[in-house]
Design a protein around this ligand. Structure first.
Ligand code: PEP
Ligand code: MN
Length: 352
């Protein structure tokens, strides 16, 4: 349930409403909009708290949230959530953010080479897995904590913020210390203990869609993180299992505008895992921007045929560099732009 205060409601009135709700044994979450304060009421309401405010002059409306997910839904928060990273990079504010890098951190030299190249091409965030969820226990499992140290070095050298995956609750602290964005992988989307643990750490979280998860299950996973007090949550569409076997996954582009209707959280699209083939990445990346994605996450490797994971879906460094101007062009065609990058001249700026 949400309680919408009248525009300009006094702080005393807001506090009075909050304490009345809390006395009924429910918890509250304040959302301060430009003209209105909205109080989210969390918990089961056996006392009919809705009726308590019917005649309250400071309250404009009391709305029951009908969806099973509460904090992640649009009913709860009408404005878009914007995640701001150190350095001021904004995700969800309209401009498109590019996250790029290898599937796995393989060694220091390849990560630094990739990080410098994607930064020079205009990427805003460096991706790279240190803890790798692999289908086979015999496949490369990632460098673990030493991979986190390599990511920290790449961040220091390039200035790029870092997104990296965490697989277990016990590693959340180490990953959170090293990362600017903590990634929940598709295979962990319903690891509820892990979700609760990342909800208790301070860094933004990106939740990849489970391999066969519905939109509702995905939003409920986001709810686990939000309900622990971490509101900087993003959703990443990375393709789902369908009957089709010609591609690794089926990238659900429909999820992008649908999530924009259902949720205020920023939406990231990963066309690399979404297709499984590097030759399909450019077209689907452009489609994602046209559909409204707030950010893209793209796998890039200096030598994809030698990659220890996901080589077939990784772009080479030159292919990534030549993709970026076309993403910029599509963004402008739909009235958007890529987020500013110190190393890239935008189409609009180049035309001046
Ligand atoms: C990854 O980002 O490298 C990854 C393992 O992705 P997903 O969880 O979407 O399969
Ligand atoms: Mn991968």
């Amino acid at each position: 349930m949400i309680i919408v205060m009248r525009p300009g409601a006094a702080t005393d009135d807001i506090e009075r409403v909050v304490s009345r709700v809390q006395r009924a044994g429910l918890s509250t979450h304040l959302s301060q909009g430009e003209d209105r304060t909205v109080i989210g009421v969390i918990g089961h309401d056996p006392y009919g708290i809705k009726d308590a405010f019917t005649h309250d002059p400071a309250v404009e409306d009391v709305i029951r949230i009908t969806k099973p997910y509460k904090l992640s839904g649009r009913e709860f928060r009408r404005q878009d959530t914007v995640v701001t990273l150190p350095g001021g990079l904004r995700i969800g504010g309209g401009e498109v953010v590019l996250m790029a890098g290898p599937c796995s951190v393989e060694d220091e030299a390849m990560l630094l080479e990739t990080a410098a190249a994607v930064r020079d091409a205009g990427a805003h965030v460096l991706r790279g897995g240190a803890f790798k969820p692999r289908s086979s226990p015999y496949a490369f499992q990632g460098l673990g904590r030493s991979g986190l140290r390599i990511l920290a070095r790449a961040r220091a050298l390039t200035g790029l913020p870092v997104v990296t995956e965490v697989m277990t609750p016990g590693e959340v602290e180490a990953v959170s210390d090293a990362a600017d964005i903590v990634q929940i992988g598709a295979r962990s989307m319903q690891n509820f203990d892990l979700l609760r643990e990342v909800g208790r750490q301070p860094k933004p979280v990106v939740i990849k869609r489970g391999l066969s998860s519905t939109i509702e299950e995905w939003l409920l996973s986001a709810e686990y993180v939000l309900s622990q007090g971490n509101y900087n949550v993003m959703l990443c569409e990375r393709g789902i299992r369908t009957f089709e076997t010609a591609t690794r996954n089926t990238l659900d582009i429909t999820a992008v505008p649908l999530l924009d209707e259902l949720s205020h959280l920023p939406v990231v699209v990963d066309p690399s895992h979404g297709t499984g083939r590097w030759s399909l990445v450019a077209a689907t990346a452009r489609a994602a921007i046209a559909a409204g994605a707030d950010a893209l996450m793209i796998e890039v490797h200096p030598r994809p045929d030698e990659a220890l994971s996901d080589g077939p879906q990784s772009l080479t460094l030159p292919n990534f560099a030549s993709l970026v101007p076309t993403l910029d062009a599509v963004a402008h065609a739909v009235g958007r732009a890529l987020a500013p990058s110190p190393t890239r001249t935008t189409g609009a700026a180049a035309a001046r």
